[in-house]
Design a protein. Structure first.
Length: 312
């Protein structure tokens, strides 16, 4: 079986997990780990794998990279690797600004560029996505994602760190683009937005309210879609789907809840990335998806700063 020769860039909190997946996948040959710190420890964990400080040192040995460095470094690394003709998997967000995202487009050519919007991997969407699309009439879409302060990803605000997941889910599940956004936010433990609620308005009457927070009292990750058909609720933390309909179920109840399978999101993402390279098929989350998410993040930030509704 042909294997894609890969370097993992960044062996921090998430990079450790990505490295394990790369080593476990048959379609990938883990050639190098690029990490400037704790190199002796990484070498012990992965004997036979090159451990270097800069991607330049192994560029000739690889055909693809998995970028798991802090967000502020993504653009420079993605740009460099594309210019060198390497396929790129980049953790979310693709980059920090919409202008940066646009400037990457001409570099992609026939290369694969996949973005790590891992929340797409929930098995719940296999069942729930078609039901959301089938709803006639306006839908109220709501996602809450918050947790107590963990001190991670403080190089960016909560919009770039957490809300971007849900902006991508909103676009993916509703299948349409918002027209306007209004946001309110608070800076609590850092000098950046730590808790933000954004209200997106759609031409067809849909509305989406996304709240993301990193200084809350509890851990919540949930999605709710309300319509005249009833309620769809997905608990992304406990992996449960509930339906509350406008007609009774056979057992005369109005609410049904069941578990859904917990999946290994990082494994699926990398598996799909190598699959897209080896079989020349589209990536599971494309450059366009990544660019759109960065665009709406920029509009949320604009609405936070201006304190007013922004056309998008
Ligand atoms: N998809 C998800 O659910 C999810 C979850 C967590 C983090 N992330 C994303 O993953 C990325 C990394 O997050 P993290 O929590 O692992 O950060 P982290 O700070 O724990 O790890 C980043 C690592 O990259 C290394 N590094 C920095 N610059 C580098 C460079 N130029 N070359 C090589 N290594 C470099 C650092 O030394 C560090 O070890 C972020 O962009 C974040 O948004 C995604």
């Amino acid at each position: 079986m042909r294997q894609v020769k890969v370097a993992i860039i960044g062996h921090g909190h998430l990079g450790k997990w990505h490295t394990q997946k790369a080593q476990a996948l048959e379609t990938c040959e883990l050639v190098a780990i690029v990490e400037p710190f704790n190199q002796e420890q990484v070498k012990e964990m992965y004997p036979g794998v090159k451990v270097v400080s800069k991607i330049d040192e192994v560029m000739d040995d690889i055909e693809a990279v998995v970028i798991v460095t802090p967000t502020s470094t993504h653009f420079e690394l993605v740009e460099q690797c594309l210019k060198e003709g390497k396929h790129v998997f980049c953790e979310k967000p693709l980059c920090s600004t919409f202008e940066q995202a646009q400037s990457l487009e001409p570099l992609i050519k026939n290369l694969k560029l996949q973005v790590g919007h891992s929340e797409r991997c929930h098995q719940a969407w296999d069942e729930v996505a078609p039901r959301i699309k089938d709803i006639k009439g306006p839908r109220t879409f709501k996602i809450n994602r918050f947790a107590p302060f963990k001190g991670r990803a403080t190089d960016v605000d909560v919009v770039q760190d957490l809300m971007i997941h849900d902006i991508d889910l909103m676009l993916f599940l509703l299948g349409s683009q918002p027209q306007a956004v209004r946001s309110i936010g608070h800076k609590i433990r850092t000098d950046k937005w730590d808790h933000v609620t954004s209200h997106f308005l759609f031409e067809n009457g849909d509305q989406a309210i996304i709240t993301s927070g990193r200084n809350h009292t509890k851990e919540v990750r949930e999605l709710e879609v309300m319509s005249a058909d009833g309620c769809i609720h997905v608990d992304l933390f406990t992996n449960k789907i509930s339906f509350g309909t406008n007609t009774q179920f056979d057992d005369e109840s109005y609410v049904k809840t069941h578990d859904y399978e917990k999946r290994d999101h990082l494994y699926i993402e990398q598996e799909q990335f190598y699959h897209s390279i080896l079989n020349d098929v589209p990536e599971m989350v494309t450059y366009d998806d990544g660019k759109k998410a960065v665009y709406y993040v920029s509009k949320v930030l604009q609405s936070l700063v201006s304190g007013s509704e922004i056309d998008v």
